[in-house]
Design a binder for this molecule. Structure first.
Ligand SMILES: NC(=O)c1ccc[n+]([C@@H]2O[C@H](COP(=O)([O-])OP(=O)(O)OC[C@H]3O[C@@H](n4cnc5c(N)ncnc54)[C@H](O)[C@@H]3O)[C@@H](O)[C@H]2O)c1
Ligand SMILES: O=c1ccn([C@@H]2O[C@H](COP(=O)(O)OP(=O)(O)O[C@H]3O[C@H](CO)[C@@H](O)[C@H](O)[C@H]3O)[C@@H](O)[C@H]2O)c(=O)[nH]1
Length: 329
């Protein structure tokens, strides 16, 4: 490591959030090395540092990436993260997210890499009761959230082997790189904002609201949406905290402002100047009515604050990225 600039192994760096983190890591003078199996990621998104292609479920491939690049730290984004799918194929989620993370931790301990930034999720909380601070009980209600909680616990135990971790529990991530170089592209897509923009653009027949009979003011689910660039910025600060010897932390990342599905649709219509074809469908299994947090603890610990996370900016950036044609693979 020279002058505080680190080589960072970024698992899942070809994915939506990981690629945005790689861009900011490079801008901050670090060297992001992407480790990805392209299960849901994109080769076109790997443009800020070297690539080592491999699967976290293959311990030899993981170990070889450590031996080859000798990272100073790891950012661990790689996971399956589709809430609905996790209810139908839980075994995929437990194997990929839990066994994959264990292989990563084992390679870290074997090679003496002791700094980890981990992508956890507000889905580890389950039903929110009152204010969602980091000490809120964690009772996830879907297999995805349970697999992520298992990894949080495993990481906690690996601290005894010398691994210090900043675990971020993110709320809903949206938007795209403001320069429209990279953005969100999943196939199949399940996330509200890209599906909604597809419907507005006429590339999908409609946006289906997953239930409007929840106990919320307009009956649709409320989420705390955070701009992907603000999220990536938190990761760079989390890395700096670990490089400076700050020790382990667990932090929520959100804005403290909740938007219902209907409010997101209205904001997208205002921002794009177009109408969304909308239909109300049944509830989606595993959905919880309201998930909103404050980023107060992240601000206190890291000096982090969201600066681009208005719904208008998130929609506008995602819309601009969409207009580029996205990744054409
Ligand atoms: N998108 C959100 O709103 C959100 C919210 C909370 C937490 N998260 C977490 O953030 C992380 C990144 O999410 P994303 O939206 O960028 O997902 P994504 O699907 O776009 O990216 C995940 C990346 O990990 C790779 N990957 C998956 N399994 C792998 C394996 N076994 N070996 C190697 N590579 C593998 C995929 O190919 C992909 O490039 C995930 O851990 C997710 O659980 C996302
Ligand atoms: O076509 C759609 C898609 C989504 N929704 C609803 O919109 C909200 C947001 O959904 P989505 O964008 O799929 O995000 P979540 O299911 O909330 O999950 C995301 O946010 C979680 C944190 O809240 C992360 O843990 C997950 O990885 C990430 O996929 C939910 O109420 C969905 O039911 C719809 O009504 N119609």
């Amino acid at each position: 490591m020279t002058k505080g600039c680190a080589t960072v192994l970024v698992t899942g760096g070809a994915g939506y959030i990981g690629a945005h983190a790689c861009k900011l890591l490079k801008e901050a003078g670090h060297r992001p090395v992407v480790f990805d199996n392209f299960r849901t990621g994109w080769r076109e998104a790997v443009r800020f540092g070297p690539l080592t292609e491999g699967d976290l479920l293959d311990p030899a491939a993981v170990r070889s990436a450590f031996d080859r690049f000798r990272p100073d730290a790891v950012m661990h984004f790689a996971a399956l993260s589709d809430v609905g799918e996790s209810m139908e194929r839980p075994e995929l989620y437990w194997r990929n997210n839990v066994v994959g993370s264990m292989n990563l931790l084992d390679a870290m301990t074997a090679t003496g890499v002791g700094r980890l930034v981990f992508s956890s999720t507000c889905a580890t909380y389950g039903e929110a009761r009152g204010e969602l601070t980091e000490s809120h009980p964690q009772n996830p209600i879907n297999a995805y959230g349970r697999s992520k909680l298992a990894v949080e616990r495993m990481i906690g135990d690996y601290a005894a082997l010398g691994i210090e971790t900043v675990s971020f529990r993110y709320f809903n991530v949206a938007g795209a790189d403001p320069a429209a170089e990279i953005g969100e592209h999943h196939e199949p897509e399940t996330h509200l904002v890209p599906l909604l923009l597809d419907a507005i653009a006429g590339d999908r027949p409609e946006i289906v609201i997953n239930g409007d009979d929840y106990e919320t003011p307009d009956g649709t689910c409320i989420r705390d949406y955070l701009h992907v660039t603000d999220l990536a910025g938190a990761h760079v600060l989390g890395l700096r905290h670990l490089l400076d010897g700050g020790g382990s932390l667990t932090l929520n990342l959100g804005t403290g402002r909740g938007f219902s599905v209907r409010e997101v649709i209205e904001a997208a219509e205002r921002t794009t100047g177009r109408t969304a074809p909308v239909r109300v469908g049944p509830r989606r299994p595993g959905d919880t009515p309201r998930l909103v947090c404050s980023g107060a603890a992240a601000h206190a610990a890291l000096g982090w604050r969201p600066v681009r996370s208005t719904m208008t900016e998130m929609i506008a950036d995602a819309w601009a990225w969409r207009a580029t044609g996205r990744f054409n693979a």
